[in-house]
Ligand binder design. Structure first.
Ligand code: FMN
Length: 195
């Protein structure tokens, strides 16, 4: 198989986002582990709030189809989610919901979630590092969309102080965890891509 292609999606659109910082660092780790990395921002894929009437009238929005195509063009996907009220934020859930409705040329709904591997990360200024958002997003992807989400994940607590002035993680265990996660996602993505 050629070099694994990994897509990195930060679930926050906020300027100065901790999760965007973690996504950028993860993208570096994937590249160091010899993957081809694409990092996108949901800012570039604005979507209306999912509404079945909107879908019936206008179809799936172009940006949702483009996001689905981005996922389809990669072997592995790393999603970094903020935690809002113990769950994932509405913008990220809305994007997943629209992607789950996007199918082209008669393909099976949700088929973009098959034959590729997903991994999750989160960062929060609070103590648990967004751990509950990871659980919620895992449920959405695994149970809702049928995706393979690897068990390795990273939750960065106290995110405002967690990164040094080069945007690396100060905590060596967390840094090693991110490196291990990156290698594992690539390995599983390669296996799933070959199956
Ligand atoms: C509506 C709302 C709810 C939040 N709920 C939680 C929460 O349950 N747990 C948590 O750790 N942080 C919570 N936060 C704080 C976010 O973790 C914090 O705003 C974080 O910086 C968002 O991620 P970002 O920096 O990537 O944008 C909440 C923030 C907002 C706006």
């Amino acid at each position: 198989m050629p070099r694994a292609k990994i897509l990195v999606i930060p679930g926050s659109m906020r300027t100065g986002s901790h999760n965007a910082k973690l996504a950028a660092l993860a993208a570096k780790e994937f590249a160091l582990a010899d993957a081809d990395v694409t990092r996108i921002s949901l800012v570039d894929y604005p979507l209306p709030l999912y509404d079945a009437d909107v879908e019936a009238k206008s179809g799936v929005p172009r940006h949702a189809t483009q996001l689905k195509q981005m996922i389809a063009a990669h072997h592995g996907v790393f999603i970094v989610t903020p935690e809002y009220n113990a769950s994932l934020p509405p913008t990220l859930k809305n994007a997943v919901d629209w992607i789950s409705r996007a199918s082209e040329r008669g393909e099976k709904p949700l088929s973009v979630f098959e034959r590729r591997a997903f991994a999750l990360g989160s960062a929060s200024p609070l103590h648990f590092g967004g751990f509950r958002a990871l659980m919620a997003l895992r449920q959405v992807l695994e149970i809702g969309c049928g995706a393979l989400v690897i068990p390795e994940q990273i939750a960065v607590p106290h995110a405002a102080e967690a990164f040094d002035d080069r945007d690396n993680l100060r905590d060596s265990e967390l840094a090693a965890g991110l490196q291990a996660l990156a290698r594992r996602l690539i390995a599983v993505a390669e296996q799933v891509g070959q199956a």
